[in-house]
Ligand binder design. Structure first.
Ligand SMILES: C[S@@+](CC[C@H](N)C(=O)[O-])C[C@H]1O[C@@H](n2cnc3c(N)ncnc32)[C@H](O)[C@@H]1O
Length: 212
């Protein structure tokens, strides 16, 4: 089940900035050559991420779940002059594709790639005052990543968690493990007094969280 009907999505796509050429190519290549291409953020969500980043003008972005690099590139578009985006990917087989994709853009020098399980990479990091944190990896661990990094996000910083509507399953009767985990995450964040939050029905659901 898609959250938005196709006619509405087509209208949104048509009246949103077009996908930059390099991203259009990455999107096409991912769909042609990579397993599970639907994991890529895509045109509309990519422009939302880019817009949020441009509004925030971040110096430090951390992304969990690189895949083919699409969302990292979108978020990096808004970085301040000396800003850096760190992105973590567990699947080292993606290295060549991600590096090629990032090289094809003008944000190449601002992106640092880390291969490994996110939890270990985070524990090894010395990140602080994160302006934007984008969580888009193994959905069962969303809350773990949120808890590991919330104290490293600056006051006023933005945390974005993807897929929180889980194709509509979170508000249906589904009881599979992933659905229950995401339902629990949404409940935990909704009562967390450290943060302000709003769920946007974009693609598969984007949870925007602002640290107080
Ligand atoms: C939904 S995709 C990311 C899509 C990407 N953010 C985008 O929008 O284009 C999730 C990615 O997280 C990676 N991943 C899964 N578990 C992970 C973990 N424990 N640590 C780091 N990356 C992980 C997967 O290999 C996959 O490439």
């Amino acid at each position: 089940m898609e959250i938005l009907d196709n006619r509405l999505q087509d209208y949104l796509d048509a009246h949103t900035d077009p996908e930059p050429d390099a991203l259009q190519k990455i999107n096409r290549d991912t769909n042609l050559r990579v397993l599970k291409p639907h994991m890529l953020s895509g045109h509309y969500q990519g422009r939302v991420l880019s817009m949020l980043s441009k509004i925030m003008q971040p110096k430090l972005i951390v992304e969990i779940g690189t895949f083919t690099g699409y969302s990292a590139i979108c978020l990096a578009e808004g970085l301040a002059d000396e800003g850096i985006l760190h992105t973590i990917e567990v699947n080292a087989e993606m290295a060549e594709t991600i590096e090629k994709n990032i090289k094809s853009t003008n944000v190449e020098k601002k992106i640092r790639l880390h291969f490994g399980a996110a939890e270990a990479v985070i524990r090894d990091s010395d990140w602080k005052d994160i302006d934007i944190l984008f969580i888009d990896a193994d959905k069962q661990n969303n809350f773990t990543y949120f808890e590991l990094l919330i104290d490293k996000v600056r006051s006023g910083g933005l945390i974005i968690i993807d897929n929180v509507l889980w194709k509509g399953k979170v508000y249906g009767d589904d009881k599979d493990t992933d659905t229950q985990k995401i339902r629990k995450l949404n409940e935990q964040i909704s009562v967390d007094t450290r943060v302000e939050k709003v769920i946007l029905p974009i693609r598969d659901g984007l949870l925007l969280i602002r640290k107080k």
